[in-house]
Design a protein around this ligand. Structure first.
Ligand SMILES: Nc1ncnc2c1ncn2[C@@H]1O[C@H](COP(=O)(O)OP(=O)(O)OP(=O)(O)O)[C@@H](O)[C@H]1O
Length: 513
């Protein structure tokens, strides 16, 4: 306390006279006298103690000047604010309001001096700066006054009506589509200010004022200070410079239709895929995975179900998982009925196993983009139409669809709002153990070609899964490892229940129709 400090000082001053003559050695006595009598020690002590007092009295806080006595009644909402400005800019912008002629605070930079003070808000009307009225000044002149001021600046403001103005700014959330570690980033101006995140993280974007470095924080995390992240444009540019990381041979391993087409995938002799997707599987460089603006979406009762898209390497067990769901609740889950141009067999019914259509009509439908996927096998077309998905959804059922991963982007529309689940194989060791009785099964159209998995099938499955994940991983909402089938199946069921009942982050474009 100040009193204590004063007391200490007095004690020090009095010390030399207190030294007792009976101190045995006279030299020591003289020495101590000199030390305590030293003027510089006194002044040092005095200033030290005065600093102590200042701190104790909190007198380093900005002090409000006394309010003028001549305030009108209608001026009682005026606020006098004193900020101490050093070299750092104030972190606020002003604008001239054309209607009222007022000078208003237009923007407060996140974490800047004005923001940290908590005293100035967007929408406040600026009346005076350092006692100079601003009503007759242009914003440029005011900025000049501010730039020239150092130390304490006094503002007279009329607080804006909407005190909560900043929170009224639309909140922007982005889903990160890549992993980011500022420590590894050579370009970031300050690594300590960076914000690390993982693919799939939801980030609240606090500022996009800078074209290169945005300010963001993790959604739902209480942390008032935003961190720097690369802006979308900057990340896209960097990604483009890095060049395509995707190797084309990978595409071959993706080919072949899944059994939703009731086709086998491999030629027994050559072990090559027998069908090539007709849609381009080229990696689309426009889809650089950076950020995607998202918003919380909760399916309303009675609204259409979201499309469930399953992807995974062939043989991983998509069919098996679909079957389990269909059996568990046939009223709730359903699958699409594919189209084919092949002739109907006796025991088949149109619209049950397939929609049977002519080759000509099939080609017309291809031309009109009616198929989300299609292919040719032994001179016949097979395909899944968009309408077959719509038909399931219109019955208020959950549509389970397995597609090749390059198809996902065509399904990501407000209409389907797909939830994309990647089914991943377990380790090779676990594949060997769990798939001992499994067969690379084939459909009715390719009679009796089921064969046990070979070591190379496992290897290819694992390799393909890795490539799918690295190329399309940013589109997967959920990854399920199909080790034990019933575990994987209940996990999938749980995910789908959550999608139906809980809010999820979806692209903003899906929510405004
Ligand atoms: N978790 C599992 N444990 C053991 N066997 C499994 C498991 N999952 C699937 N299988 C078996 O593996 C084989 C292939 O499964 P399934 O036909 O479901 O794969 P798929 O992903 O649909 O393949 P396709 O590419 O043919 O569509 C089947 O014999 C199936 O019973």
């Amino acid at each position: 306390s100040p009193c204590l400090a004063l007391g200490l000082y007095e004690l020090l001053v009095a010390l030399p006279s207190q030294l007792q003559p009976h101190v045995s050695c006279p030299e020591d006595n003289t020495f101590l006298r000199e030390i305590f009598g030293e003027r510089s020690l006194h002044s040092l002590m005095k200033s030290l103690l005065s600093v102590h007092d200042t701190v104790a009295r909190h007198s380093y806080d900005p002090e409000l000047p006394p309010l003028p006595d001549d305030i009108d009644d209608d001026e009682d909402s005026v606020k006098i604010i004193r900020l101490v400005k050093n070299k750092e800019p104030l972190g606020a912008t002003i604008r001239y309001d054309e209607h009222t002629g007022a000078i208003l605070v237009a923007r407060i930079m996140k974490g800047g001096a004005a923001d940290r003070s908590g005293l100035i808000h967007v929408g406040d009307e600026l009346k005076e700066v350092n006692g100079i009225p601003v009503d007759d000044k242009k914003p440029e002149e005011i900025i000049r006054i501010l730039a020239q001021s150092q130390g304490a600046i006094t503002f007279k403001v009329v607080p804006g009506l909407k005190e909560e103005a900043p929170s009224k700014e639309p909140k922007v959330f982005m889903k990160a589509l890549f992993d980011y570690d500022p420590k590894e980033d050579k370009a970031i101006p300050c690594k300590e200010a960076g914000l690390a995140f993982k693919k799939g993280s939801i980030l609240q974007i606090m500022s996009q004022d800078d074209a290169t470095w945005w300010q963001a924080k993790h959604e739902g995390e209480f942390n008032p200070r935003a961190g720097l992240i690369p802006s979308k444009q900057f990340q896209e540019r960097r990604f483009a410079l890095r060049g395509p990381t995707v190797t084309l041979p990978l595409q071959r391993t993706f080919t072949g239709f899944r059994k939703s087409f009731r086709l086998s995938r491999r030629d027994k002799k050559t072990n090559k895929s027998m069908y090539e997707s007709k849609k381009s599987e080229m990696y689309d460089m426009a889809d650089v995975p950076t950020y995607e603006e998202v918003t919380l979406y909760r399916r309303q009762n009675g609204a259409k179900n979201r499309l469930v898209v399953l992807v995974g390497p062939t043989g991983v067990g998509l069919n098996e998982l679909k079957k389990k769901l269909l059996i568990s609740d046939p009223q709730h889950f359903s699958v699409t009925i594919p189209h084919t141009s092949r002739a109907k067999r006796n025991q088949e019914n149109d619209g049950v196993e397939y929609h049977f259509i002519s080759k000509h009509l099939f080609e017309t439908d291809i031309h009109n983009n009616k198929f989300i996927e299609y292919g040719e096998y032994k001179g016949n077309y097979y395909g899944t139409s968009l309408d077959s998905i719509r038909s399931v959804l219109s019955k208020n059922k959950v549509c389970l669809l397995d597609v090749q991963p390059h198809t996902i982007k065509h399904l990501r529309t407000a209409e389907f709002k797909p939830i994309v689940v990647f089914v991943k194989p377990p380790s090779i060791e676990r594949l060997r153990e769990t798939r001992q009785n499994a067969k690379i099964t084939s459909g009715k159209d390719d009679k009796g070609s089921a064969k046990p998995f070979m070591e190379e099938d496992f290897q290819e499955m694992v390799k393909t899964a890795q490539m799918m994940e690295s190329q399309y991983g940013h589109l997967f909402e959920k990854i399920i490892v199909n080790d034990d089938l019933s575990v994987a199946s209940s996990e999938l069921q749980l995910v789908l229940e959550k999608v139906e009942n809980e809010p999820h982050w979806v692209p903003v474009s899906w929510t405004h129709s």
